[in-house]
Ligand binder design. Structure first.
Ligand code: NAD
Ligand code: UGA
Length: 490
């Protein structure tokens, strides 16, 4: 084993450069290969930082991984039995590694100073003010981390952009690092994350690919190899793709834009299906059998949500405008416009079906998370649906198995604002549906597929309506019970 022979920083970076060809051909998916003891720090203990670093800690027990965040509550939760992120399988991974080689801390500077590799996994939301408001990414958190690194980095480090950022952000980080006297020489890499919430552990365990972008210089190549060797513990080498910095940064935005585009495409077709008696699931199945199109991401819905699709497509739109490509910007903006329209269309269909008024009617909203198996509600279509129904003076009762009541109320009504008395949260789906004039399924939680709909129907005023915004129920069976049941694109 080279592990005990090779020196740690600062020499290891150069050693990796020398060992590069060896590593490139030998990084296997098991744990028996050369490693230099390393310390990793990740700034940002959110949906990406927490699970990603937990997986690295599990797969590389000899690497010390410290996840840091300014948010004390979040760090306390990572150190407790109730993790701040609900993700199937995550508890087990954290339990295995925490305290062994996985640590959660608020000592941001201390952890950066000690680390050989610093992942930057902070939030990059859409800017809400000034130039680019509503489109550009707000890079203030990225800049703040870059400045902290520049202040405390006295030994060479590899800085890894894990956050999703606009193309060419690495040059900003490099410029900030270069501006601080006394900062050690650091290499900046781009290593975007492709995990999806709800399947994060499976995605991390068996990623379709790991993308690493770096400078095409000997030092840059050495840094790429060092990071590749970390993933190489469990990811087959052929799945680790290396590119230049800008291709890697841009690929992340493009991947999300293509995925979001597929959903908007099928959602646009769902409206045409409703007008023509075609069935969108049948159409999706028929086109998805074409291997050039493929079956995934063709599920028509009430509209996509989540913290990233909208923000990343808008960021792409902004970049295209910035680089003088208005036609390209308009093309991608269409993805967001269709999504907004689809969310409004769902709520409007409910109102229209209920004889053009939902005032004082009870509407049960089943599901609030932006997709099943997560407690994340960011940009969830449920927020828009609830708001539209409240605007029509409906009494909205929400049930979600994982999202707490105060979160639901704050998301719909705003934080620090007095809640709308027409909005309430139920503890079970049955409680939400009791006495409801209509049910709207907004998140595809599995439990909504197997509810006792006969019992629910019996407790509703007639005609009883059900709007399945996820096409997860058997509409024919529901109609046989007596429901006026509608899906999306059917
Ligand atoms: P998040 O909001 O859940 O977590 C970000 C964390 O960074 C927060 O806890 C915040 O307190 C912390 N932070 C911000 N500034 C800091 C600073 N200066 N020092 C220390 N901590 C700081 O965000 P997330 O969902 O984990 O996303 C992070 C990035 O990853 C984003 O760019 C996002 O686009 C990208 N991404 C997210 C997902 C996802 O599924 N959520 C998937 C792929 C990529
Ligand atoms: C998405 C991407 O899938 C990840 O690869 C990426 O890393 C991540 O964004 C990110 O950058 O944050 P995520 O948003 O967690 O992951 O979840 P998805 O499974 O992509 O779902 C996004 C939204 O689209 C959800 O509201 C989902 O219900 C909806 N969706 C998805 C559909 O309406 N139809 C589909 O066929 C697929």
């Amino acid at each position: 084993m080279l592990r005990n022979v090779l020196p740690r920083v600062p020499g290891w970076l150069g050693k990796y450069c020398l060992e590069k060809s060896h590593l490139a051909s030998t990084v296997p998916s098991d744990s028996h290969h050369p490693f230099i003891p390393m310390k990793i720090c990740c700034v940002g203990a959110g949906y990406v930082g927490g699970p990603t670093m937990s997986m690295i800690a599990r797969k590389a027990p000899d690497i010390q991984v410290t996840v840091v965040d300014l948010n004390e509550r979040r760090i306390a939760a990572w150190n407790s039995d109730v993790l701040p992120v609900y993700e199937p399988g995550l508890d087990e991974v954290v339990r295995e590694a925490r305290g062994r080689n996985l640590f959660f801390s608020t000592d941001v500077k201390g952890a950066i100073a000690e680390a050989d590799i610093v992942f930057v996994s902070v939030n990059t939301p859409t800017k809400t003010y000034g130039v680019g408001a509503g489109r550009a990414a707000d890079l203030r958190y990225i800049e703040s981390v870059a400045r902290t690194i520049a202040e405390v980095a006295k030994t060479p480090k590899i800085i890894v952009e894990k956050s999703t950022i606009p193309v060419r952000t690495a040059s900003t980080i490099q410029e900030i690092l270069a501006a601080y006297p006394g900062t050690a020489k650091c290499q900046v890499l781009s290593n975007p994350e492709f995990l999806a919430e709800g399947t994060a552990i499976a995605d991390l365990e068996k990623p379709d690919r790991v993308l690493i972008g770096g400078e095409r210089t000997p030092e840059g190549e050495a840094a790429i190899e060092t990071l590749a060797s970390v993933y190489g513990r469990w990811v087959p080498r052929e799945r680790i793709i290396t590119t230049n910095l800008w291709s890697s940064e841009l690929s992340k935005l493009v991947a999300n834009a293509f995925l979001a585009q597929r959903i908007s495409s099928i959602n646009a077709i769902s409206a045409l299906c409703e007008a023509t008696e075609a069935d969108v699931d049948e159409v999706a199945n028929a086109i998805g059998k074409d291997s050039r199109i493929g079956p995934k991401f063709l599920k028509a819905s009430v509209g996509f949500g989540g913290s990233c699709f909208q923000k990343d497509v808008l960021n792409l739109v902004y970049l295209c405008e910035h680089f003088g490509l208005p036609e390209v910007a308009t093309y991608w903006e269409g993805v967001i416009k269709i999504n907004d329209w689809q969310k409004r269309r769902f709520a409007a269909k409910i109102v229209r079906s209920l004889f053009n008024t939902v005032a004082d009617k009870r509407i049960a909203v089943l599901g609030f998370a932006f997709k099943k198996d997560t407690n994340d509600t960011r940009e969830s279509a449920a927020i828009n649906v609830c708001r539209d129904l409240l605007t029509e003076h409906a009494n909205v009762v929400v049930y979600d198995p994982k999202v707490p009541a105060d979160e639901i109320i704050a998301d719909v009504c705003g934080r620090g604002v007095s809640p709308n008395p027409r909005l309430s949260v139920a503890k079970t789906a049955y409680e939400a549906c009791a006495g409801a004039h209509a049910i709207a399924i907004v998140t595809e939680w599995d439990e909504f597929k197997t509810l006792d709909y006969e019992k629910i129907y019996a407790g509703m005023p007639k005609p009883a309506f059900l709007f399945d915004g996820r096409n997860i129920t058997d509409l024919a069976k529901l109609r046989a019970i007596g429901f006026r049941a509608r899906g999306i694109g059917k």
